[in-house]
Design a protein around this ligand. Structure first.
Ligand SMILES: *Cc1c(COP(=O)(O)O)cnc(C)c1O
Length: 220
C-alpha cells in the first residue's frame, strides 16, 4: 500500500474533531513529501536534530510537532518554528521552552505528558504534578508558553481493557485540569492513540492521534 492510500484510509476513520499527527520519525524526506503531496501538513518527530534537518529541507507550511522526550539543552534549536511540543514532563522543561520562545518573540503551545502506562520506561508526570504546575505562581509568570492540553502513551500490551483504563484516566485528568483553568493554560487537546490503538483512544475522548507505522510502514 502507498503512503497516500494509507493516509486516506486513516483520515477516513477519524471524526472531524480529531487531528492527525503523521509521525515521520526515522523516515526520509521523500516519504514525508508523499504525505505532504496528499495534503498532510502536521508531522511528528521525536528527535530534535532530525526535526531541524527536515524543517530546513521541507516546505515551510508544515507544522512540526515534537512528540518525543524533550532534551532541555536542545529546545533552542526548534524554538523558532515548532508548532506544538507534546512531551513536557516537568516544570524545568516548560521554563526552558518559555525562555527560548521569548527570544523569538513567540508563544509556544505545549502539552503536559502524563504517565498513564504501567511501564517504568515511559515518561511523564502524575496528574497531581500537572495540577500543581498549572496552579503555581512560577507557571503564571511564564508568558511565552501556552499549555493547551495533555499527552499520554498507553502500556504496550494486547490487553484492550488495560489500554482503555489508561486512556480513560488521561481523559479524566484532562477534565480535572480543565476545570482548574489558569491564565496561560487553555486546555483543548488530548493527544493519545498511535497506529495500534488510535481507534480505542478516540472512543475514550482523544482529540489528537499520533500515527506513524500505519502511514509510513514499519520502521527499520
Ligand atoms: C513513534 C511514536 C508514535 C507513533 O507510533 P506508531 O505505532 O508508529 O504509530 C506516536 N507517539 C509517540 C510518542 C511516538 O514516539
Amino acid at each position: 500500500m502507498s503512503i497516500t492510500k494509507n493516509l486516506q484510509d486513516i483520515q477516513e476513520q477519524l471524526p472531524e474533531n480529531v487531528t492527525l499527527v503523521a509521525v515521520s520519525k526515522t523516515k526520509p524526506v521523500s516519504d514525508i513529501m508523499q504525505a505532504y503531496k496528499a495534503g498532510q501538513r502536521i508531522f511528528g518527530e521525536n528527535k530534535i536534530q532530525d526535526m531541524v534537518d527536515k524543517y530546513e529541507e521541507m516546505p515551510k507550511d508544515i507544522q512540526w510537532h515534537m512528540i518525543g522526550h524533550v532534551q532541555r539543552n536542545k529546545v533552542k534549536y526548534i524554538a523558532s518554528f515548532v508548532t506544538l511540543i507534546h512531551g513536557v514532563e516537568n516544570f524545568k522543561t516548560l521554563k526552558e521552552i518559555n525562555k527560548q520562545a521569548a527570544k523569538h518573540d513567540r508563544i509556544i503551545d505545549c502539552l503536559l505528558q502524563i504517565k498513564i502506562a504501567s511501564e517504568d520506561t515511559k515518561f511523564g508526570m502524575s496528574a497531581n504534578e500537572a495540577s500543581e504546575i498549572l496552579q503555581s505562581e512560577a507557571f503564571s509568570e511564564l508568558k511565552n508558553v501556552n499549555v493547551v492540553g495533555v499527552m499520554g502513551m498507553a502500556t504496550f500490551t494486547e490487553d484492550q481493557e488495560q489500554i482503555k483504563r489508561e486512556f480513560s484516566f488521561l481523559k479524566n485528568t484532562f477534565e480535572d485540569l480543565k476545570s482548574q483553568q489558569t491564565t496561560n493554560s487553555n486546555l483543548q487537546v488530548i493527544s493519545m492513540g498511535m497506529s495500534g490503538d488510535f481507534k480505542l483512544a478516540i472512543q475514550c475522548g482523544s482529540t489528537m492521534v499520533r500515527v506513524g507505522s500505519s502511514i509510513f510502514g514499519v520502521r527499520g
